[in-house]
Write a protein that binds this ligand. Structure first.
Ligand code: 13P
Length: 249
């Protein structure tokens, strides 16, 4: 029986005022559920707002979209895992495709970020995914398994309580193109077997989420697919009504 993880990545949307209004509307409509976990990834400036709004909701977690790997220091504009935790984060998103492709984040940096999150006692959600060129060249499996191996290469003791994997094909993000449930399932199966090679049967407890143009109309089909343990949603998570529909899928 799956216990789905439904994650909202607001990207650069919803400052503190909009975040408060969103959480008031969302939580009023979303009754506590023990059969799934919701994670909201607001912008860093709205972390505390979201964490405070959901403070008495164990089924709704707060995440940070990015961290620096260092504990503290002269890194203007960055925040550390411990600072994010102090502001209310329980989960860290690492290696999102926009971080990799817009900001040039490397596998080596992702590895340091996963390690920093884990050291701070935060769950980390590592994102992997191929570009359209890699897909057309038949390189999807090689790319995503490489990103997985490299991303967790500095993290000891991978366990389900601390680690979530997200498959987000770059060509499906914000484009309206969604991987079919069958395609998502096939790549998730590859990732699961790679995880099994790495950590044995503990791999079966690690949630593998799909992301890329998820909407209220395709969420149920994706969620029902074998090996799809949850959804990581961008555009359709920014407004409470469509997010509520997906969270209740
Ligand atoms: P969209 O749902 O807007 O395609 O974004 C997906 C994503 O990047 C979530 O992290």
């Amino acid at each position: 029986m799956k216990r789905p993880v439904l994650a909202a990545n607001w990207k650069m949307n919803n400052g503190p005022t909009a975040a408060k209004a969103f959480m008031d509307t969302f939580l009023a409509g979303y009754s506590p559920r023990s059969d799934r976990t919701v994670i909201i990834f607001p912008s860093a400036v709205a972390l505390t707002t979201v964490a405070n709004s959901s403070a008495n909701r164990k089924d709704v977690l707060t995440g940070v979209q990015n961290i620096h790997w260092a504990e503290k220091g002269a890194f203007t504009g960055e925040i550390s895992a411990t600072m994010a935790k102090d502001a209310g984060a329980e989960v860290v998103l690492v290696g999102h495709s926009e971080r990799r492709h817009v900001f040039g984040e490397t596998d080596a940096q992702c590895a340091k970020k996963c390690c920093a999150a884990s050291r701070a006692g935060l769950t980390f959600m590592l994102c992997v995914g191929e570009t359209i060129q890699q897909r057309e060249a038949g390189e999807t499996e090689r790319v995503v398994t490489h990103q997985l191996r490299e991303g967790v290469s500095q993290t000891q003791n991978l366990i389900s309580a601390d680690f979530i994997l997200a498959y987000e094909p770059v060509w499906a993000i914000g484009t309206g193109l969604t991987a079919s449930a069958g395609d998502a399932s096939a790549i998730h199966t590859v990732l699961r077997s790679e995880l099994r090679q790495m950590i044995g049967t503990r791999a079966d407890e690690i949630p593998i989420l799909y992301g890329g143009s998820v909407s209220p109309s395709n969420a149920a089909g994706l969620l029902a697919a074998p090996e799809v343990d949850g959804l990581l949603v961008g555009g359709a998570s920014v407004e409470p009504s469509s997010w509520l529909a997906i969270a209740q899928t």
